[in-house]
Structure formats: C-alpha cells, structure tokens
Design a protein around this ligand. Structure first.
Ligand SMILES: [Fe+2]
Ligand SMILES: [Fe+2]
Length: 269
C-alpha cells in the first residue's frame, strides 16, 4: 500500500528530527531532551513496524496503523511548534536549533500527517493541483536546506558557502515562479506549462542533490570544516532524492497513459 512507503520514508525522517533537536538543546534542558528522546523511540518503533507490514497485510490493519502514525505526526508537530515558540521568545538562550530549522521540520511533520490523511480517506488532489502544491512544498524545503548548509558550514569554507548561497537563491526564485503559477490557476494548468515547470525544477533539484551528496561524502570523510552532523547531511540528501522521485512520477503521469484512474494512481509510490 502507498501509505506504507510514505510511513517508511517519513518515520525515519521524524526519528532523525528528534535527534537533531536533542543535539541542539542545552544540557540543562533535560525535559526537552527527554521529550525529544520520547519521539525518537516512537518513530523508531513506527519505522520498524512499517517494514514488517507488506501488501498482504489486512487493509483494515494498515488503516488503523495510518491513523496511529498520523496522530504521532500531529504530536511531534506540536512539540516542534512549542520548541519554536521557546526559541523565538528567547527562553533557550545559547541553544543551537535555528528557528527556521525547527519551523522547517514542523512543516515536514505537517506534510506527513496530511499525506496520511489524504491516503486514508482517499481524498487525493487532482493531478494538476497536486503538481503545483507538492512542488511549492518541496521547493521551499530545498531552499531552506541550502540556507541551513550555508550557515552550518565553517565560514572559512568560502567556496562551499558561496555555492550553498547560490542554491538558496536559485530555489527562492523557483519557489516564487511556482507561487506565480499557482496564482494563475486554473488557467496555468496546461500540460505544456506543467511539463516545463517539472523539467525546470528537476534540473535544479538534480544539481542540489549532487551538491548535497558531495557535501555528505566530504563530511563523512572529515574533509571539510563544519558543524553539520553527518546524519543531517545524509538526511537532506534523502529528501532531495524523494523530491526527484515525486517529480519523475508526476512527469510520467503527465506524459504517460492518463486513461486509467490517474487521479488515484498519480502519487502511488
Ligand atoms: Fe527533514
Ligand atoms: Fe528537510
């Protein structure tokens, strides 16, 4: 079932967010650290179960699992928003979680919960709307990643910081283009425009994905100076791969054979 693939991907992501948040808290914030650990274990458990289920599992059992996971996603979202509030009100001075990073991870939790809700209730958006909305979501995510990388690299890594800044600018531009396209709905939702939109986004996502892969390898080999956790480098790389897979799936739906239940199948991976 499609929701299993979403859960396998995003529960690992949520688990890692818990770890990143924990690492950014101060030692004295023991309650927050405990709460982060709590979510780590919850999503680790969910991840394990999602790999134990298969297409042969009783659909009713999967549906119940989806509901349970969606509730866990709602809870970690609330935790992240609470942390964001604390940081913004300067209640955690000296902590190392950027407000934008916490907001970003809460948007991913919200996306995860919405996806599960859509899949569970069968209320999927029509393809042209899904193409625009998913791209707006992921382009902003990619733009944020470029900004995080730029700010967590050591300032002396001038070339890499510069590259990260260029990616940030590139994705900000793509995001605004996507918002413009969205504003011109439904007139803008022609096949040629949507096809070009996907092609253009893909080019930049491939470049960013490759940059993240290089950064990840350099960080793992301890070849560059930064305060980026190797797992965070891999995490943002995987999210770019996810976006690419979604773009390719949309492209296939647009150009492929749209006769058989496209609406139901268009995000079926
Ligand atoms: Fe993430
Ligand atoms: Fe992310």
């Amino acid at each position: 079932m499609r929701s299993l693939d979403e859960i396998r991907f995003w529960s690992r992501i949520m688990k890692e967010h818990s770890l990143f948040l924990k690492l950014g808290f101060r030692c004295e914030d023991t309650m927050l650290i405990q709460e982060a650990n709590h979510y780590y274990h919850i999503f680790e458990h969910i991840e394990g179960r999602s790999h134990a289920y298969t297409e042969l599992t009783d659909p009713e059992q999967i549906r119940r699992f989806n509901t349970e996971v969606s509730s866990a996603a709602a809870h970690i979202w609330a935790f992240k928003r609470k942390v964001l509030g604390l940081i913004i009100q300067c209640k955690l001075p000296g902590g190392n979680n950027f407000p934008l990073l916490v907001d970003h991870t809460s948007r991913e939790a919200n996306y995860f919960r919405n996806r599960l809700h859509e899949l569970n209730t069968g209320q999927l958006e029509p393809l042209p709307d899904a193409i625009i909305d998913e791209n707006i979501f992921f382009l902003r995510i990619m733009a944020d990643h470029a900004k995080f990388i730029g700010h967590l690299l050591d300032p002396s890594e001038r070339q890499l910081v510069e590259q990260a800044r260029n990616f940030s600018h590139d994705f900000d531009q793509l995001l605004f283009q996507a918002i413009d396209l969205s504003g011109m709905r439904p007139q803008s939702q022609t096949d040629p425009l949507l096809d070009q939109f996907l092609d253009q986004n893909r080019v930049s996502v491939v470049a960013l994905r490759d940059f993240k892969k290089t950064a990840r390898d350099l960080i793992e080999a301890c070849k560059i100076k930064s305060i980026i956790h190797p797992l965070l480098a891999d995490h943002v790389f995987r999210e770019a791969e996810r976006f690419l897979a979604i773009i390719d799936m949309f492209e296939q739906c647009l150009t492929g054979n749209p006769i058989r239940g496209m609406m139901e199948e268009h995000r079926g991976h």
